[in-house]
Ligand binder design. Structure first.
Ligand code: CP3
Length: 365
């Protein structure tokens, strides 16, 4: 082993993710280190978002903020980074525009544009390009001192591909659809290359200290069932298939793997067969139905309250928690409590505290 870290005092997340019976559901929320926290703005100051990601001291401070604020409630930390560090490592320029989101000044236009071939041909030294992520993970693991497990992550090939061809957020997905329906083979070549980089990035995150890894397919819901099975699922499966062997070859123990195919409710059944220990879902999925679809498979669910409930009353939050608990919490296993997507700016941090407290209260044996 490269590093020696303090043993975990709270390993609930890992036990639950492996499918074990646990005393209560572990809980955390996506984007828990973010703009709804006043201390986030304070620590970030006027700095650029990616500059914060590249500075291990700043990234670890931001990662720890929710762990400290919600001490005793929160069961995981997730490294402060972004899914778009992979396109950057592949040689693309990505900027984070304040209040607007990511922007690629030069998105991939078509397979005949020289940039596509250049990105495809360019060897990527992941360890070197993303070294700052690994240093941030190692420093964060040290600072956590075993309080809770540390989650590493990457974007799914399909979602990263969308950003690389759209150049940022979009409502139409016109470029992405043009690529898949006009140039399916060229698209698949790029998806495959991204998937291999994902495997390497996740393995190096584990080596640096990540104890569970999650793949975010935020745009999965833009594809219908047939296209999802062609352009997203094979690459998600590729990651789940390759990562354990890669870890083994590096002398590292396996870690639980989570996939979050946001919006692809139609594919829940097949998502349970992709090779991941945990399947995340958004609030379009009914918990009772989801558990029925899972059947007897040893897959753990993660989610899925509408992040928008945190703009509501405490009573509304309680009701949303009750619905999740009723559906997901069967036999003291199989559920990691979370929101159905990232927590949004403008939420009162006290409401997130109430969300956590209600999960505790309603799942007490
Ligand atoms: O606390 C955490 O969840 C850890 C850090 C984290 C960030 N991004 C930090 C961040 C994680 C896990 C992500 C993943 C991510 N990044 C996804 C997948 C999850 C999802 O939300 O679907 C996506 C699609 C991105 C790309 C991205 N990064 C977008 C679209 C944006 C702008 C929109 C937004 O929510 O701000 C970002 C910026 C970003 N990533 C911020 C943070 C804290 C906000 C930056 C700021 O303005 O301070």
């Amino acid at each position: 082993m490269e590093h020696s870290f303090e043993p975990l005092k709270n390993d609930l997340l890992l036990r639950a993710a492996w499918g074990q019976t646990v005393e209560r559901p572990p809980m955390w929320v996506m984007r828990q280190a973010g703009r709804y926290l006043p201390e986030y703005h304070e620590a970030k100051g006027g700095r650029d978002f990616f500059e914060c990601c590249r500075d291990p001291e700043v990234a670890s401070t931001l990662t720890l903020q929710p762990v400290e604020r919600y001490a005793g409630l929160l069961d995981a930390a997730i490294i402060f980074s972004d899914i778009l560090v992979i396109p950057q490592a592949m040689g693309m320029v990505v900027e984070m525009v304040d209040k607007k989101g990511p922007h690629f000044p030069n998105p991939l236009q078509s397979p005949t544009d020289g940039q596509y071939q250049a990105v495809l041909d360019r060897p990527v030294n992941v360890a070197e390009e993303l070294d700052y992520v690994y240093r941030a993970l190692t420093l964060t693991r040290k600072k956590l001192a075993g309080r809770v497990p540390l989650i590493g992550f990457c974007g799914a090939p399909w979602t990263l591909f969308c950003y690389m061809v759209e150049g940022g957020g979009t409502k139409l997905f016109a470029q992405s659809k043009m690529w898949i329906y006009k140039y399916p083979e060229e698209t698949k070549k790029l998806l495959h290359k991204i998937a291999d980089i994902c495997v390497e990035h996740l393995a190096l995150q584990v080596k640096a200290g990540a104890q569970l890894v999650m793949v975010f397919d935020s745009w999965a819901g833009e594809l219908g069932p047939a296209s999802f099975s062609r352009f997203s699922e094979p690459y998600l499966a590729h990651i789940a298939e390759k990562l354990p062997g890669k870890l083994k070859s590096m002398g590292l123990d396996a870690v639980p793997m989570t996939v979050f195919p946001k919006g692809a409710w139609h594919a829940l059944d097949s998502a349970c067969n992709l090779g991941y220990n945990v399947v995340g879902m958004d609030w379009l999925q009914d918990p009772v139905e989801a558990v029925k679809i899972r059947g007897s498979r040893n897959v753990v669910f993660q989610g899925n309250a509408d992040p928008g409930i945190l703009y509501g009353t405490k009573a509304a939050i309680t009701e949303a928690v009750e619905q999740m608990v009723k559906g997901f919490w069967v036999g003291n296993k199989g559920w990691i409590a979370n929101l159905g997507h990232g927590i949004t700016p403008g939420v009162d941090p006290e409401n997130l505290k109430h969300f956590f407290e209600e999960i505790h209260r309603l799942t007490k044996a």
